[in-house]
Design a binder for this molecule. Structure first.
Ligand SMILES: Nc1ncnc2c1ncn2[C@@H]1O[C@H](COP(=O)(O)OP(=O)(O)OP(=O)(O)O)[C@@H](O)[C@H]1O
Length: 263
């Protein structure tokens, strides 16, 4: 489904600021895989997601989605394959549009154009039902501007929208990191539900190792632009946070940052 073959990305090559963000990285995701990605600061996790989404082009190697090489496609051209929820709750939704308008845009993405933001009664009912399932009271606020919502509410909405668009691959970039523990737990549960309901192939970056172990069917650990450890679904069940830390400690000179240790 997603085949990444030896991709490399170096920022500012040949200068004092040179940073090798990805080094000959291989990764294959099968349909429906939900892979969690952990690693220290600067390991290359966000760059990996940016390379898949097309925000950055890679220097070498290939990225295929459903057997189609997407290296040369720009970010907006890949948007029909790739859904993304960012750490920043402000990033995934249009603040000046209402909740129902945001949902309508997501619902129509990749389908017939020219419908504008017109909403049928049936569509409104569907949105109301979906929002009710979030248990955030948003079903009462269909015509409220999204800019008025809290960070957790916006992340929940972003996830719901990602579920509507049914991307071929969903990229979650520390999407619960900016939320308080209660909201983070809610959005984590919602993530599980939306990914399972849509059977979405998902890559989720997190610094929270409990979350990385709890969610998904595979786990990868990155360090210095490479995947240095992988766990299958079965292996993941045997893993604990201390075991993961021990795995990381095996990598010479590496230490997890405080944020990861506290997570
Ligand atoms: N736009 C950029 N310009 C220059 N260097 C960059 C850029 N983006 C990332 N880097 C560098 O590439 C390396 C990998 O960064 P990346 O953001 O992918 O790490 P990360 O694993 O997501 O880290 P974190 O957990 O801190 O978010 C780092 O050395 C970083 O400084």
């Amino acid at each position: 489904m997603l085949t990444i073959d030896k991709i490399s990305k170096t920022f500012f090559p040949g200068t004092v600021n040179e940073r090798k963000a990805l080094v000959d990285l291989d990764l294959k995701l099968d349909e429906g895989d939900f892979v969690t990605v952990i690693g220290s600061n600067g390991a290359g996790k966000s760059t990996l997601l940016n390379a898949i989404s097309g925000r950055y082009t890679v220097d070498s190697g290939s990225i295929e989605i459903d057997g189609k090489r997407v290296n040369r496609l720009k970010e907006h051209q890949r948007a029909k394959y790739v859904g993304r929820v960012f750490q920043d709750p402000m990033a995934g939704t249009a603040p000046d549009l209402t909740i129902e308008q945001n949902l309508a845009l997501a619902e129509r993405r990749g389908r017939s154009r020219g419908l504008g933001l017109a909403l049928t009664r049936a569509l409104r009912e569907r949105f109301r039902d979906e929002l009710t399932s979030l248990e955030l009271g948003l079903e009462q606020r269909l015509t409220a501007k999204v800019g008025l919502l809290s960070g957790g509410q916006r992340q929940a909405l972003s996830l719901l929208m990602a579920g509507f668009t049914q991307p071929r691959i969903l990229l979650l970039d520390e999407h619960t990191a900016a939320l308080d523990p209660q909201r983070a737990a809610l959005v984590t549960d919602l993530t599980e539900r939306i990914v399972a309901q849509g059977g979405l192939t998902t890559l989720m970056v997190t610094h929270n190792m409990e979350q990385a172990l709890k969610l998904g069917n595979r786990l990868i650990m990155m360090h210095e632009g490479r995947i240095v450890f992988q766990a299958t679904a079965e292996q993941k069940q045997q893993l604990t946070v201390p075991l993961l830390l021990a795995e990381f400690a095996k990598i010479k000179g590496a230490t997890f940052d405080d944020r990861a240790l506290l997570a």
